[in-house]
Design a protein around this ligand. Structure first.
Ligand SMILES: Nc1ncnc2c1ncn2[C@@H]1O[C@H](COP(=O)(O)OP(=O)(O)OP(=O)(O)O)[C@@H](O)[C@H]1O
Ligand SMILES: [Mg+2]
Length: 268
């Protein structure tokens, strides 16, 4: 179980997460939605310990990530997670199989002689074969996403954090990846958080959906409840309307930039 309580994260004078309360039960797939820049990726990075919260806490399987000290403790914590980065983050100079098994030498005691076979098994799970020796530059966008998925599952994690696994893909490939994620949940029985802008994919894979807005959780509910939500922010997002309370315009960016000249009210 992942339990986030009052998580606050600041970058300089800007407070990005303003008290995130969110619990992800074992075995469920929690989908996070919300406007660009509202802190979804930042939250995932706090969960895995790449960022340290400035307030509140994140507890996973009874372990508070911010309290981990030694490299061994941190490695032991990270071993629980597969992470699909928003940018994909494949290493261009490495082959597909080297990319997939890159983390194993840090996270597991598996002998390196087994890596290539593990990579092939993971590729099969995501519906790819015979691409072990390709370089990322030789793959299509959809294939890269699948390889990133294969890498996320290589160390057999209990938790998978997917940051926009379908962004930039055509609608059919999006559906294929959403099906894959559902299959992985069923086959590997992982607990997952998926960030997405794609409501169709969200409805397909979510046990529950959490809407982030301005660094807080606005609503968290079963997809059927989100579909009929009367919260105007949630409504605007799920309907994909430019009109509504969420302003995602250059104007707001300008306003935000101007307000950053002043110390953030909640900043210290
Ligand atoms: N390492 C960092 N240093 C400074 N600011 C950061 C850092 N990472 C993120 N931010 C800022 O935090 C805010 C939230 O970023 P984040 O990547 O979490 O948004 P997001 O909700 O994932 O957006 P998107 O949907 O566009 O991916 C942004 O304004 C971003 O500029
Ligand atoms: Mg993001």
């Amino acid at each position: 179980m992942i339990d986030a309580e009052g998580v606050i994260k600041r970058f300089g004078p800007r407070t990005i997460l303003r008290g995130i309360d969110l619990r992800v039960e074992t075995g469920e797939t929690l989908v996070i939605i919300g406007g660009s820049g509202c802190g979804k990726s930042t939250f995932l990075k706090c969960v895995i310990g790449l960022h340290h919260p400035d307030g509140g806490k994140i507890v996973v399987d009874g372990i508070e990530v911010a309290k981990l000290k030694t490299e061994a403790e941190i490695a032991d914590y990270r071993r629980r997670f597969g992470y699909l980065f928003q940018e994909g983050a494949l290493f261009d100079s490495m082959t597909v199989w080297e990319n997939i098994t890159f983390g194993l030498r840090y996270l597991t005691d598996i002998p390196s002689g087994k890596y290539r076979g593990i990579a092939s098994d993971c590729l099969a799970l995501v519906g790819l074969k015979d691409v072990e020796d390709f370089k990322p530059s030789e793959l299509s966008g959809g294939m890269k996403k699948r390889v990133a998925l294969a890498r996320a599952i290589a160390a057999q994690p209990s938790y998978i954090l997917y940051d926009e696994p379908t962004t930039g893909l055509d609608p059919i490939m999006t559906d294929v990846i959403a099906d894959l994620i559902l299959d992985l949940q069923k086959q590997l029985k992982v607990t997952a958080i998926m960030v997405t802008h794609d409501m169709k994919a969200a409805y397909k894979v979510a046990s529950r959906i959490a809407m982030f807005h301005e660094g807080k959780v606005l609503q968290v509910a079963h997809p059927d409840i989100i579909k009929i939500s009367d919260n105007p922010y949630v409504r605007q997002f799920v309907d994909g309307k430019s009109e509504g309370p969420i302003k995602m315009k250059l104007k707001e960016f300008e306003a935000e930039t101007a307000s950053n000249a002043q110390p953030d009210k909640e900043g210290s």
